[in-house]
Design a protein around this ligand. Sequence first.
Ligand code: SF4
Length: 393
Amino acid sequence: MADKELAIYVHVPFCWRKCRYCAFYSEPLNAGSARVPGYLRAIRRELAALSWHLNRETPLKGVSLFLGGGTPTALRAPELAALLASLQAGLSLSPLAERTAESNPGTLTAEKLAVLRDYGINRISLGVQSFQDALLRRIGRMHSSEQAEEAIRLIRASGVRNLNLDLMFGLPGQTRRDWEQTVERALAYEPEHLSLYGLMLEAGTSLGDEYLGKGTENTSDLPDDDEQADMYQWAAERLRQAGYGRYETSNFALPGKECRHHLNYWRGKDYLGLGPGAVSCLDGQRWKNRESVEEYIHGMGITGKSKAPAREESETLSREQRMTERVMLGLRLAEGVDIRAFERDFGAALSEVFAEALPGYISREILIIEDGFLRLAPAYAFVANAILRDFVL
Ligand code: SF4
């Protein structure tokens, strides 16, 4: 089998504490620390199994590596080193490949940064969320704004020149002024990249359960949709003035600093995910690993008598699904969907496949066809999700 270039994601499913809004799969480390050695062994096993599955003798070739979670830096420095050593042995990454590690203030030390740097991590994505301590406490973040600033200083001192800061708007009790102060403070650190996320209330999370289904009086301290849209538009304009391009609905970067790993995904390219809960998509086949450290470890044959495989779902994507996803992901990108690539990959014209949804949006100039790309007019970026629902085949 010829070498295939892949974006590689590794899920580190541990956090020191669960944030109140978080629906991502992760386990509090105080309960799961005993599982770290088994997790590390299972990752090595999965790497070997993938090489075998893909029928190749050489290591998997990655165009990017993304250590996400969870909180990769919740691991201790020797554990982080063991994980990175396994990845280095099992993957072939060009020295120029983008290698990102997610981190949270309070979990990052100079020692861990030295480990990350030693193994070639050249991009850090830091979950700052807000520079207001009262808001951080409200959403259950384990760190203060001062710890976030200390983490940024440590990252810069370690020589990392590609830094993303995650910020959140729409938080309970957050005013427009709070949000503006957070964005301005983030800009003062001159990060190469900023991700702006609106709070999503999800059932089953602590914050979601506090608000959902209890009547509108309980949502009175949440910024409403208009206020959230205002916060987003203000920040998008402020970042534009500061030289950041909006290349995806939630993502802004200085020129050339767009996240290559995520671009690969949004452009509909193949990717491999390792670790519990990670998703892979390769040659039209998509699978997901079990969202449980214990089951993942068992499934990889490390401990116990596994009856269940480490994968919990596997599906062959239909042509319709792949076309829908290409458009839904592509329209979140400022560049849009490459019309010719769509036709080449699916043997059908985009305008014919979406003959029902397209004309109305184009006549109202919500969608624009320009330079061979179909894209969403910038003014509608914040409501992209509502529009995209019409493109499900
Ligand atoms: S640190 Fe991130 S992954 Fe962990 S609980 Fe908080 S939001 Fe979720």
